[in-house]
Design a protein around this ligand. Structure first.
Ligand code: SAH
Length: 347
């Protein structure tokens, strides 16, 4: 049944209007419906309380609302909340609410699973299920926003596309969803508060630049040495660090934005001072901000978190080179909400 119904979230306001008029309904209803879809999003037609039952049924008969439903939720001691979302086809994805002193960040997914096979990442073990629709990406933000409000009385301040999947392999849907998130018709969040995190696909990064996106770009670098990076990130075998650098130079020139690098420290793999030196060299081509991240252990015992001493030395080295470095300690560890663990321990 649902296969031949169109996802209503793919319709513009004009198209909804046309549909209503064709069905003999009042055109002004379109605006109300549109608001229920984007401004104060509900996850079923039933939730559109100011439109008549008949109209709701009409929508139900003609469209699906490809939204997400909270299937499960775990709250960490540090207040981080991991949410498991169920999709219309039963697939499960995860999102996280990360409240800190002055922010509330939603970490959301762009795909069911992931195709890139980074060795250290739990999501990679699932392989790729499918791309998420615009509505499924958008609805995660909306649901986590509600949660921040209900649980902690906080407004959502930031969004990071750092959950499951590779956002640049679901390019159109991710961009459309973020456009609506920042639109006045949607959640009106500033694009500067949105960060897209990618494994670093040169061709797609150039496309982002050509499309003049206004959100932040973070690249999961984890090593500035081709041989090493290719060892634990197979994507690097087809996209060298030189190509990546060229794309990032292009991005910086076109958008004027600096690049954020994420660097996950894994014991004995990428955490030596030689690694730090190579990394610092790589950072010379454009203005950067660096996030050095603590590794969260997964079931794969080949990868371990670096010791505190090694971590500190690595960070000190980068800072001595005048680089802007932030430290990302793990959050939500007691509930496996930490990045790269999202696919962990599913029934
Ligand atoms: N595909 C995108 C976004 C999803 S991964 C990307 O690669 O950036 C989000 C971040 O979590 C990436 O930086 C990824 O390298 C990191 N990550 C994966 N597994 C992790 C783990 N076990 N511990 C900490 N970070 C991890």
């Amino acid at each position: 049944m649902t296969e031949n119904k169109k996802d209503i979230l793919t319709l513009s306001l004009e198209e909804i209007k046309e549909f209503l008029v064709k069905k003999g309904e009042k055109a002004f209803r379109a605006k109300q419906i549109y608001e229920w879809l984007w401004k104060k999003p509900v996850n079923s037609f039933e939730g559109m309380t100011n439109i008549s039952k008949d109209l709701r049924s009409l929508l139900n008969e003609n469209f699906i609302l490809q939204s997400v439903h909270i299937e499960n939720m775990q709250i960490s001691k540090d207040k981080t909340i991991k949410v498991v979302f169920e999709l219309f086809d039963g697939a499960l994805i995860e999102g996280v609410l990360i409240p800190t002193e002055n922010r509330a960040t939603a970490c959301i997914s762009s795909q069911v699973g992931c195709s890139l096979g980074c060795e250290f990442c739990a999501t990679a073990k699932m392989g790729l299920g499918r791309n998420l629709s615009v509505g499924e990406i958008y609805a995660q933000v909306a649901e986590i926003m509600k949660l921040a409000n209900e649980k902690y009385n906080l407004s959502l301040t930031n969004i990071v596309l750092m959950g499951m999947g590779e956002p640049l392999l679901n390019y159109d849907n991710v961009l459309k969803a973020m456009e609506m998130v920042s639109s006045e018709d949607g959640l009106a969040m500033s694009p500067q508060r949105i960060t897209l995190s990618t494994v670093g696909l040169p061709r797609m990064i150039k496309k982002l630049a050509d499309d003049k996106v206004r959100f932040n770009l973070a690249v999961s670098l984890h090593s500035a040495n081709d041989k090493k990076r290719s060892g634990f990130m197979p994507v690097n075998q087809r996209n060298s660090l030189t190509e990546l650098r060229d794309a990032l130079i292009y991005f910086n020139e076109k958008t004027g934005q600096r690049i954020t690098f994420e660097y996950l420290l894994m014991e004995g793999l990428n955490d030596s001072l030689k690694d730090a030196k190579e990394f610092a060299e790589y950072c010379k081509s454009f203005p950067v901000k660096i996030n050095v991240i603590e590794y969260n252990s997964t079931s794969d015992k080949r990868f371990k978190r670096s010791s505190n001493t090694t971590f500190d030395e690595f960070v000190t080295f980068l800072k001595a080179r005048n680089l802007v470095v932030n430290i990302r300690r793990s959050r939500g560890m007691d509930i496996d909400a930490a990045c790269g663990q999202l696919a962990g321990k599913k029934k």
